[in-house]
Design a protein around this ligand. Sequence first.
Ligand SMILES: [Zn+2]
Length: 445
Amino acid sequence: MKKLIIPKQIVTVNKLDAILKNHALLIEDDKISGILGKNEIELSAFEGEIYEYPELTLIPGFIQTHIHLCQTLFRGLADDLELLDWLQLKIFPYENAHNQASLKISAQLGINELQLGGTTTILDMGTIRHQEVIFEELINSGMRAFAGKCMVDKNGLMPQFKESTDESLNSSYELAKHYHNKTKKIKYGFAPRFVLSCSERLLRDTHDMLQEFNGSLYHTHSSENRSEIEEVRKMTGKENIEYFNQIGILGNSTVLAHCIHLNELEIGTLKSTGSRVSHCVSSNLKLGSGIANIPQYIQNGISVSLGADGAPCNNNLSIFHEMRLASLIQKPLHGPTSMDAKTTFRLSNIEGAKALNLENEIGSIEVGKQADLVLIDLERPSNPLNDSEEKIYSSIVYSSERIDVKHVMIGGQWVARNGKSLHYDENELLSLGKKELKSLLNRVD
Ligand SMILES: [Zn+2]
């Protein structure tokens, strides 16, 4: 069935950054098949569904390149701690206590929140066990995602929360075999947690598996916290990025969350290897980790995209908070012109697509691309009232909230209409979530 969307305007994020008024978007199956001038369309003769939104702005679906769906249930249970304490005292014990039911509701809560906020693609890091639950939920919800079980084969912070190297490698391989490209929207993202919880063999052998699964990714954390990089130095005698480079895991299929504490050599190494940085600004502030020099990375041509990280270190999965903070936090350091609204907006769509090597499929509104779309209401008294093009970016990055997202489509299928999920009932999520959290907390060692 064809669909025709006629919005107030289309923010394309194409090569010209065109903003189109008096245009309609034609969708066939999962793809954008035409962008038509209004006078080219004969509505009465159109065979398909017509969606007319004269008040709403059509933008590309948002892309978040670092998420932990498995942690959504733990929101508010790990506040005001720094990274290593946060992991040791709270997050590792909670993740270790997950069963299939608690993991499922955690994923549902996360996906519901992300989709209602206009996020249509994620790169997710799972937990050690029951990864199939997350994949099944991603598939049921219509989300576009890279996901993978979290790999941990040593753990000084919580020794019982780990697997043997072979177990971790073999189960990741089997999951990738089963789920990579299982549907058009699902791909595997291998996910060794971070240097301190992974042996060198685990890190290397995981990277070797990328070759067998074309289009898969390598997803890990790096250089987030000062005590962490101190430990990495003690362990490897190197800075984190230099260590990764030495063992051969960097490249254009590697997405590194955080990358806050880097020296000039490491920045050069990220650039020369084409490695991707996922900037998680709220998480970096809340855990007191630091501020990544994002303007410098962008200036160097390093791929930068955005991610909300997990609910207990944010405590929100809203791309609007990430965009606003990613812009504002740099201004006292680099001046008010740094991280302007348009640059920041692009990190949430086309730059996210590039980070995932999907820039030919998603990240902008262009003919031939997937119909991953958001209709947002910018006609509110709390938005800029001036209708100029540059104010559209300002409106989205500085003034908008998740509640302004009205309709969301992924691959030609609606997942949210009128601010409501088509997959989830929020009352059910809430009551089941409370019940599962209570029993999970009873299972914590
Ligand atoms: Zn993370």
